[in-house]
Structure formats: structure tokens, C-alpha cells
Ligand binder design. Structure first.
Ligand code: ZN
Length: 116
């Protein structure tokens, strides 16, 4: 496989695409159980799972395996590495756009409050 993506790009996709948001985006069944976010493991179809925001990893305790955002995308969408990473790039761009819009909105509200 040709090195189509840089190490930095892959690092950002693994770390800055929130794993919980990705699980929802991939339409993996998920629910809050006793306050904890659980998703249906795509390998064993059980909810014995958790996500860790500080490492941005999803874990299945039954399979005893961690999934990063790229693993999750490849397993759930059954696509090639290049297709999976392209999907994540689009999703990451959407997240950044949404964040920018949110920041602009907050700035505007702050300015409005100041003028009163
Ligand atoms: Zn599992």
C-alpha cells in the first residue's frame, strides 16, 4: 500500500475524532447503562464495552481488545484502510467546521452582551 496519509494525519484522526461521536456516526447501537456509555461490540455483539475519553479508545471486555477510531471504522464499514481513513477525514472536517461555527456564535453572543 502506498503511504497516502501522513503519520500526523493518522495521529489526529485517532486522537481528535471523539470515539463516542464516531460510534454514533457509524450507527453502532449504543446506550447508557448505569450512567456509562456502552456500545454493541461489532465482533461479539455484546454490550460488555466502554470508551475512554483520555485515550480515545473503545474497549470490549469480552473480546479483551481495544479499538481506535480507525479500527472501529474499518470493522464496522468493512472498507479498505484508504476508504476508512477517507471517511474519518470527512467526519473530522465536519467536526472542525461545527466547532468553528460554535466558536463564532459564542463570539457574537459575547459581543452582543458587551454592547448592552
Ligand atoms: Zn466484543
Amino acid at each position: 500500500m502506498s503511504q497516502k496519509f501522513t503519520k500526523q494525519e493518522l495521529y489526529e484522526l485517532r486522537n481528535f475524532v471523539p470515539i463516542d461521536d464516531l460510534i454514533r456516526k457509524l450507527q453502532i447501537p449504543c446506550k447508557l447503562i448505569e450512567g456509562y456509555f456502552r456500545f454493541l461490540c461489532p465482533l461479539c455483539n455484546e454490550f460488555r464495552t466502554a470508551t475512554k475519553p483520555d485515550t480515545n479508545l473503545a474497549r470490549c471486555f469480552l473480546c479483551a481488545r481495544n479499538f481506535n477510531t480507525i479500527d472501529m471504522t474499518l470493522i464496522c464499514r468493512r472498507v479498505s484502510f484508504v476508504e476508512g481513513v477517507a471517511f474519518l477525514q470527512t467526519f473530522y472536517a465536519d467536526i472542525q467546521k461545527r466547532k468553528r461555527r460554535q466558536a463564532e456564535l459564542e463570539q457574537r453572543v459575547k459581543r452582543m452582551i458587551k454592547t448592552f
